[in-house]
Design a binder for this molecule. Structure first.
Ligand SMILES: [Zn+2]
Length: 252
């Protein structure tokens, strides 16, 4: 009898180990991208948490609810900014992560903003932009600005009238915050931008990938992308004037 009980316990432990290993592997591959992309902000990513450089922990939810619950008992998570899961990252819907990193409210974000002048050698002080200092985004945008200044004058028209560097708001028609809310996004001249929503309103039909069209020279796109700024022209819901600091998207 005791032999049977021992075997049962052994099988249970074995199953528990297998589930744990699976839960670890399924979370870590995707979430490790965040650790690699944001070394200034993140100390370490495990299957259960994101450990931030400020010492706090954000919970990573598992697809096995029992592990999520167990981790909540073991670790002291900072619950102010919620939690994330591997699936959230895959769906590109992990706002709590950005709230934690850049600020949980407009006022918190504002404390980390500085003003930089956009392409000052070309436009002087005409275009001040408010941008976050977190992850060195301000320095990266300054480098982008300096590279863009070296382009021939025929490119200047695409780069004039930049807008929306910091603007706390939801994405149009959605319930989640735009990257502009965190001071990590910039829109170049909207007169040369193509946006899926404008096309949807114009054609009064569903917009798909085949509707994509673009007037922004790829030389400009490449300069932004070299510094980790993702181009809105790469989304199905294209927005070709939009660039946002998302280094993890270059790692998928
Ligand atoms: Zn934008």
């Amino acid at each position: 009898m005791s032999k049977i009980r021992f075997s049962f316990k052994f099988i249970l432990m074995f199953v528990f180990c297998i589930i744990s290993i699976n839960a670890y592997a399924e979370n870590v591959d995707v979430l490790k991208r965040l650790e690699l992309a944001y070394p200034d902000s993140i100390h370490e990513v495990s299957s259960s948490y994101i450990a931030w450089k400020d010492g706090s922990l954000t919970q990573v939810r598992s697809s096995f609810p029992v592990f999520t619950l167990l981790a909540r008992i073991i670790y002291r998570f900072d619950t102010k900014t919620g939690s994330i899961s591997k699936r959230d990252v895959e769906r590109d819907a992990y706002e709590p992560f950005f709230r934690k990193m850049y600020g949980n409210s407009a006022n918190e974000v504002k404390k980390k903003l500085v003003t930089i002048y956009w392409m000052p050698k070309v436009f002087g002080t005409k275009y001040p932009l408010r941008v976050t200092t977190v992850n060195g985004v301000d320095k990266k945008l300054r480098r982008i600005s300096a590279e863009l200044e070296k382009l021939p004058p025929s490119y200047h028209k695409y780069l004039a009238r930049p807008a929306g560097c910091f603007y706390w708001r939801n994405v149009k028609g959605e319930k989640y915050l735009s990257a502009h809310s965190f001071g990590i996004a910039v829109d170049i001249n909207s007169s040369y931008g193509d946006y899926w929503l404008w096309d949807w309103l114009k054609h009064k039909r569903r917009i798909s990938k085949s509707d994509f069209h673009n007037r922004i020279p790829m030389k400009i796109v490449n300069i932004f992308e070299k510094e980790g700024f993702y181009w809105g022209g790469r989304w199905e819901t294209y927005d070709t004037m939009h660039f946002e600091y998302r280094p993890e998207l270059f790692m998928s």
